[in-house]
Design a protein around this ligand. Structure first.
Ligand code: AMP
Length: 366
């Protein structure tokens, strides 16, 4: 099948890598020939690149939710697009996500809509600080957020984010951050990966740990219940990720990504079918594959800003290096390392050996 991907970053690259063994062909609508996926298939970079992609593709998918729905509407009469528009429409906007969570009885962080500095000041007066001012759209890797700890920061926060739709969200005093990656096929079958723990630093994901040995079955079940309600409500086809906070009162939904996700990269080396292959299988109407983990412990460490000492990674027998063919630049995701292990000690030792890839002040507790 000919698969068209909107975007040509690392997610598009890894989707294509997983789809070639299934005899699929790939093309991308991207910005330039230096992008991560550029050598993995046909690149359409001219002005009408989405139309050209539609001419090539039997099915179109996307690697980011930040795309203009109007552009998709031009091509959807003649080309199948998965996941469908509803998944994209909801996950492009924090308030639409929260409305969906409410409808499905999924707990979420309380919020207030903010349209002016006056409204922000009044919301701050009526909220227990800290709170987070967030743009409703286009936020990723901590961008589009202002962390408010005192009343006199109202103007500063407003000046930074004004002229965009905003919400003031309650701060959630979480113990851990989790995500669950799930996949749904055209026959309504859903499969779920292991709930994983994510550690962020400066709003960017640094490390994901899948601990299969000590899995909390109650939490896993709750996460599966929430994510399957979302998948079914959206009639979603493909992979979808739900990010959550674990609090003393249980899981609280943060946001949805209607796509493969950074916290699912561990599945390339440590699940029977990776998130990338399962997304490709689902959108090409193939049966989706088993999502079970193949190791008791897995860590995914993002390589950010500098490629670093990759010889160290290559010499370690239980590590797997994935580079994205991107230029080094501050805070840019350049690749990731998957470490597989069958004991906690083995995993800890390997992470310790690779700690030059992590910021100094990041603490990993497995
Ligand atoms: P987001 O773009 O909403 O995923 O936020 C990025 C990161 O900021 C999250 O992974 C959390 O670490 C933190 N964060 C976002 N919203 C909240 C919140 N309401 N309470 C506490 N931390 C948050």
């Amino acid at each position: 099948m000919n698969i068209g991907i909107l975007g040509a970053g690392q997610l598009g690259r890894m989707l294509a890598i997983s789809g070639y063994p299934l005899n699929h062909k790939f093309a991308f609508a991207g910005n330039n020939n230096q992008e991560s996926a550029a050598f993995l298939g046909k690149m359409f970079i001219a002005e009408n690149n989405i139309k050209s992609l539609a001419e090539f593709a039997d099915v179109i998918t996307y690697e980011s939710e930040n795309i203009n729905i109007k552009n998709l509407q031009q091509i959807e009469k003649n080309t199948q697009i998965y996941p469908r528009e509803k998944s994209l429409y909801i996950s492009q906007h924090r308030v639409r996500e929260k409305v969906l969570f409410k409808k499905l009885n999924i707990p979420f962080a309380p919020y207030k809509l903010i349209n002016s500095l006056k409204e922000l000041k009044s919301a701050i007066d009526n909220t227990n600080l800290p709170a987070i001012l967030k743009t409703t759209t286009l936020g990723y890797d901590g961008k589009g957020q202002f962390f408010i700890t005192s009343k006199n920061q109202a103007e500063q926060a407003w000046n930074k984010l004004k002229n965009q739709e905003l919400i003031l969200e309650d701060f959630i005093d979480f113990k851990k951050e989790f995500s669950i990656v799930a996949v749904r096929d055209i026959n309504d079958n859903c499969k779920f990966y292991q709930l994983v723990e994510n550690t962020h630093h400066q709003g960017i994901l640094r490390i994901t740990i899948a601990n299969i040995e000590d899995i909390d079955l109650k939490l896993q079940k709750t996460a599966e219940k929430y994510v399957s309600a979302i998948l079914n409500e959206m009639d979603h086809i493909g992979v979808l990720t739900l990010e959550m906070f674990a609090t003393k009162d249980g899981l609280i939904a943060n946001e949805i990504a209607p796509r493969v996700h950074n916290s699912g990269h561990w599945t390339i080396n440590a699940a029977n079918t990776s998130q990338f292959e399962n997304h490709i299988r689902a959108i090409s109407k193939m049966p989706i594959g088993d999502t079970k983990a193949t190791h008791k412990f897995v860590a995914m460490i993002n390589i950010i800003g500098k490629i670093g000492l990759i010889d160290k990674v290559l010499k370690l027998e239980n590590s797997h290096l994935h580079l994205y063919d991107k230029e080094e630049s501050e805070n840019r995701k350049l690749g990731h390392i998957n470490i597989t292990a069958n004991t906690k000690i083995e995993l800890e030792n390997s992470i310790y050996k690779l700690n030059s890839f992590l910021p100094n002040n990041i603490k990993i507790n497995i």
